[in-house]
Design a protein around this ligand. Structure first.
Ligand code: G4P
Ligand code: NA
Ligand code: NA
Length: 189
């Protein structure tokens, strides 16, 4: 998505060769109209797939997920993060290891919000190592629902998540893929 690449070039801050800060439109302040543009693009990519539900993870996945949900006219379920792993009959949960943040957390979704008829589009803001997405996909499959594909705002192509998920057969659509970045600029795939 050319407008997203331009926005990243203009407003993004390269913190290191592996971390991009986009707090001005995605992770802290949210550019509302631009979020809708991205939602429209996710909806266009998946329009013929009979999506019934969007699933994401709090916090930063929620805005792009809702934007896509508006255009696909489907509800959005966000997995909640928890540091304790309280087993509960009413929820699906998975442990997720974050390499970027060097911590382990649990993601939870109430069973009542996923059912076997659901055809799910998974949305997230960043794709790095892919662990969050793997955890979500496992939860969705445990419910009997079908994961149709993923929609990612920014994929870091130099980290393995996207490649591994595509190799496993998942459709992954990223609106911008960063091949590399440093103080001189950002190279998109
Ligand atoms: P993974 O799921 O692909 O394995 O990613 P990882 O654990 O490495 O990412 C952990 C958190 O860091 C996620 O946010 C992810 O969105 C974010 N993240 C990863 N790389 C970058 C980056 O280059 N820039 C920014 N701004 N964020 C990055 P989170 O902990 O789930 O937080 P939230 O923002 O959703 O609250
Ligand atoms: Na994030
Ligand atoms: Na996220």
């Amino acid at each position: 998505m050319e407008s997203l690449k331009n926005k990243i070039r203009k407003e993004g801050k390269v913190l290191s060769e592996t971390v991009l800060k986009v707090d001005c439109f995605l992770n802290h302040q949210i550019d509302s109209k631009f979020m809708l543009d991205m939602g429209k693009e996710f909806a266009r990519l998946y329009k013929d797939k009979e999506i019934t539900k969007i699933v994401t993870i709090e916090t930063s996945g929620i805005a792009p997920a809702v934007a896509a949900g508006i255009y696909l006219d489907v509800p959005v379920v966000f997995a909640k993060k928890s540091t304790s792993s309280t087993l509960n009959n009413d929820t699906y949960s998975r442990e997720v290891k974050s390499f970027t943040k060097n911590k382990v957390y649990n993601i939870l979704i109430a069973k009542e919000f996923l059912n076997p008829n659901d055809k799910v589009l998974v949305i997230d803001d960043f794709l790095a190592y892919g662990n969050a997405l793997v955890g979500l996909n496992e939860i969705i499959e445990e419910s009997g629902a079908t994961v149709v594909g993923a929609g990612i705002v920014i994929e870091k192509g130099f980290q393995p998540g996207g490649k591994e998920l595509r190799q496993s057969g998942l459709r992954v659509e990223s609106l911008a893929i960063i091949e590399s970045m440093n103080e001189n600029g950002i190279i998109f795939g």
